[in-house]
Structures are given as structure tokens and as C-alpha cells.
Design a protein around this ligand. Structure first.
Ligand SMILES: Cc1cc2nc3c(=O)[nH]c(=O)nc-3n(C[C@H](O)[C@H](O)[C@H](O)COP(=O)(O)OP(=O)(O)OC[C@H]3O[C@@H](n4cnc5c(N)ncnc54)[C@H](O)[C@@H]3O)c2cc1C
Length: 428
């Protein structure tokens, strides 16, 4: 199974829990080292050879692409060992570099490969080392038997406002079990996952400070898939409701354990505030540079494609790139893409080397996702009528880009987080 303790150390660092002196400060550099370049080439190869040729078909089918995820698992790209290896890079850049390449290949397939990572981060961020070692590998399985994880926070009435979750978790003292009831909305891998991580209210009066995270093991009675959403983009990624109807899990499925939760609740009741971040927010905060890297991959794909097209397409007797109106669009696209990458790499480095001070993770996700939407729209414009058809990939990239301004915190919420960080005030 490999060195599971390294897995714990890696994921803890990814979500910036203190880990003593295990990881020393590293230099920030925009020049990739040999290992990073190797990972970039390797993921790019998979994106080009496996993902690109399959992308249009899975977008049309709008089904979870098990064969592609299995291919990724066979070469070690889908699996917790990949996360562990990426985690050995003290600069933090390996993961965003790899993710950019995968989403350059295709965002829907990329999301299918990356989706279990949120559940893994939710487990490692809130669980004990023993829980992390038990459950994270079960979010992935192996190449012969691929498994999936899902991280379930959002609800029909609580997406941005995660402090108002209605899903309840009640402790059944007599049986030492937790009983969960509620409905989760828009969950990546929801209902088809083997391991669901569910954030629920234990004490709703305490809002976000009264919540806890639970692992729902495979085949647990009472958990079912609600509606599967038919989407605008990333259609190869499965998104569905998750219904929890008297779901009973053993006490050991409470991430972090009951003693820690009781202490947290007592502190919150006494002081009116615990000071600790909400479980879900902690996970989302740490994964934002990686989400930015997803958007960046799509933007780069659209830029490269439209640059080549603009050099080849002739109108009025010359290549369309000879018009400043087109050339300046491309100049703007590449500048915005490079600016996004710098913000993402800085945020990824800071997450591993001292932590964020001005919500740099949110800055990187906000910037890259907005850039991806604009760049893919400009790419359609450059391709003209062809760009609007499904014969060419740019319309798909535009549809795929849009989700990045919505999930893991909308663009408005990113700005709220940044505004609060720079002002120290509770800006509304
Ligand atoms: C494809 C897809 C996959 C997803 N995967 C997951 C997943 O795996 N797990 C999970 O838990 N969730 C997931 N989500 C849910 C996603 O995180 C939420 O949709 C998102 O957080 C926004 O919440 P909402 O849809 O309720 O929008 P709302 O919160 O209702 O927001 C609606 C609009 O109001 C704005 N708004 C809200 N509050 C404020 C404010 N205070 N200030 C300014 N503007 C505000 C928002 O920015 C937005 O523009 C997924 C969603 C999609 C579409």
C-alpha cells in the first residue's frame, strides 16, 4: 500500500495544518526543476494522447468516464500515491503544474480524475492520521478496481452560505452511532462514490461552528443518489444530489473524533466563538490554487488553439492575425494567462511555505477562473462561425470554463474573502 504516514503528512501540509519542522522553507522560483518538468511532460502526454481524443465523446455522452479514469489509474495518475508523490515537492508547484496539463487535455475528464481529491482533502483536513490512512485510499481503490470519493457540503438552500446547513447529525448514545438526515446538492461524484464525506450540523444554533464532517462508508443504508444534474459544461464529470435518510454510521466515522468535537462545541457555546475555521471552509481554502490551475489549463488550451487558427485563417487576402483587432486579443489572452499562473504558483508556494496573509489562494482562483471565461469567449470570437459549432473544441472549453467562477466559492465570495483579509473587517 506504500507509505501511508507520508500520505498523512502530505495531505496535512496541503491543507496547511502545522506539521512542525517536517517541511523546511523552499525558494520560490518560476523555473521548473527536473522533477517538476518530468511530471509536467508526463501529465501532458496523458492529456494529449488519452484525454483530448476522448473529450468530445464524453462531453456528448454526459456520463462518468470510467475507462479514462481507469487508464489514469493504470499509469498512477489517479490514486492517492500520486497525491503523495506530488506532496514531496516542498515548493507546492507540482500539483498545479500537473492539474494545468490535465485540464488543458479536457476539463470534464480532468474533473472526473480530480473529483475524489476533495473527499481526500476533507478526510485529511478533519480526520485523525488513522482515519486518513483508513479512508483516503478507499476514495481511489486501485487500477483493477477504481473507487471514487465525494465531498458533500452544498445543499439546495446553502451553497455559498455553508454556515446554514440543514443536514443534521444526531448522536445515538445507546448505540454509539451517528444518525444523519438531509439532502446535499450539486455533489461531484454524488451517489456514485464509494466514500462520501458529509458535512452536517450537530448544533445548528452554532451555525458553522456547530458542524462536523463524517465519513459514510461504501454501501451504507439510507444514502442514495437524488437527481443527476444535466450541465452546461464539464459534462463528463458526474454531479448529483445526495439524499441521506436515517443514515447510521459508527462513532468512528466522525472525523477528528467525539472528544475533539465536544471540546470544540463547548468552547463555541461558552465563548460564542471557537476561533477555528469551519470544517468545509478549511478544505475549500486549501484547494483554491488547484482549482485556479484547472481554469488555467482550459484558458491555455483555448489560447493555443486560437493562436494557430488566427495564423492560418485568411480573410481579405491575409491571415486574420495580421489585424491588430485579432493580434491584440491574443496578446491580452497570453498576458492574462501568465498573470494567472503567477498568482496560482505564488499561492501554491505560500500554502506550503508559511501560509496565506491576504487570501492569496482566493486571489488565484478568482483571477484564473474569470480569465478562463474571457479567454475562451475570445477564442470563439477568433474562430468566428466555426468557433460556435461543436466541430471545434473552443465552444466546449467556454462551457467548461464557466463552472470555475461558481464552484469552490463563487467569484463574489472570493472577493469577499479577499476584502475581509485585507481589511480585517467583516465586510458583507
Ligand atoms: C458542477 C458543480 C459541481 C459541484 N461540486 C460540489 C461538490 O463536490 N461538493 C459541494 O459541496 N458542492 C459542490 N458544488 C456546489 C457549489 O460549490 C455551489 O453551487 C457554489 O458554492 C454556489 O452556491 P449556490 O449555488 O447555492 O449559489 P448561491 O450561494 O445561492 O449564490 C448565488 C449568487 O449570489 C451570490 N452571492 C451569494 N452570497 C453572496 C454574498 N454574501 N455577497 C455577494 N454575492 C453573494 C453568488 O456569488 C452567486 O452569484 C458544485 C456545483 C456545481 C455546479
Amino acid at each position: 500500500m506504500g507509505d501511508a504516514s507520508l500520505l498523512v503528512a502530505f495531505i496535512n501540509v496541503q491543507i496547511w495544518l502545522p506539521t512542525g519542522n517536517l517541511w523546511c522553507m523552499s525558494e520560490f522560483s518560476v523555473a521548473l526543476n527536473d522533477d517538476q518538468q518530468q511530471i509536467k511532460d508526463w501529465t501532458h502526454g496523458f492529456a494529449e494522447d488519452v484525454m483530448r481524443p476522448a473529450a468530445a465523446e464524453w462531453d456528448e455522452r454526459e456520463e462518468f468516464p470510467y475507462p479514462v479514469v481507469q487508464e489514469a489509474a493504470k499509469i498512477g495518475l489517479y490514486g492517492w500515491e500520486f497525491l503523495m508523490n506530488a506532496g514531496q515537492d516542498r515548493t507546492g508547484l507540482t500539483l498545479p503544474v500537473a492539474v494545468e496539463e490535465l485540464f488543458w487535455g479536457d476539463a470534464g475528464l480532468g474533473m472526473a480524475i480530480m473529483g475524489s481529491g476533495l473527499a481526500a482533502a476533507g478526510i485529511a483536513g478533519n480526520g485523525t492520521p488513522e482515519q486518513t490512512m483508513e479512508w483516503v485510499p478507499q476514495c481511489y481503490g486501485d487500477a483493477n478496481d477504481v473507487k471514487l470519493g465525494a465531498f458533500c457540503v452544498s445543499e439546495p438552500d446553502a451553497g455559498s452560505d455553508v454556515s446554514n446547513l440543514r443536514t443534521r447529525a444526531v448522536y445515538d448514545e445507546a448505540n454509539g452511532e451517528w444518525v444523519l438526515n438531509g439532502t446535499k446538492a450539486w455533489i461531484t461524484n454524488g451517489g456514485i462514490a464509494d466514500v462520501h464525506v458529509v458535512v452536517a450540523a450537530v448544533d445548528p444554533e452554532l451555525k458553522g461552528r456547530g458542524q462536523a464532517s463524517f465519513v459514510i462508508p461504501p454501501n451504507t443504508k439510507g444514502l442514495s443518489q437524488g437527481q443527476k444534474y444535466m450541465k452546461h459544461g464539464i459534462r463528463a464529470s458526474h454531479t448529483a444530489e445526495v439524499v441521506l435518510d436515517d443514515v447510521r454510521v459508527p462513532g468512528s466515522c466522525l472525523l477528528g473524533g467525539k472528544e475533539k468535537l465536544d471540546a470544540k462545541l463547548a468552547r463555541a457555546r461558552e465563548a460564542g466563538k471557537s476561533g477555528a475555521p469551519q470544517p468545509a471552509m478549511k478544505t475549500f481554502e486549501a484547494t483554491r490554487p488547484t482549482v485556479g490551475a484547472q481554469a488555467l489549463g482550459i484558458a491555455r488550451a483555448a489560447y493555443e488553439y486560437s493562436l494557430e487558427y488566427a495564423k492560418e485563417r485568411h480573410a481579405f487576402g491575409k491571415p486574420i492575425i495580421m489585424n491588430q483587432a485579432i493580434a491584440f486579443k491574443l496578446a491580452n489572452m497570453i498576458t492574462e494567462i501568465d498573470a494567472s499562473r503567477l498568482l496560482i504558483w505564488r499561492a501554491a508556494w505560500l500554502a506550503r511555505n508559511g501560509g496565506f496573509t491576504n487570501a492569496e489562494g482566493s486571489m488565484s482562483k478568482w483571477k484564473a477562473s474569470e480569465v478562463a471565461v474571457r479567454v475562451t469567449e475570445e477564442a470563439i470570437q477568433i474562430l468566428g462561425g466555426y468557433g460556435y459549432t461543436r466541430e471545434y473544441p473552443v465552444e466546449r472549453w467556454h462551457r467548461d470554463a464557466k463552472i470555475h467562477t461558481i464552484f469552490e466559492g463563487t467569484s463574489e465570495i472570493q472577493q469577499l474573502v479577499i476584502a475581509r483579509a485585507i481589511s480585517g473587517l467583516r465586510v458583507e
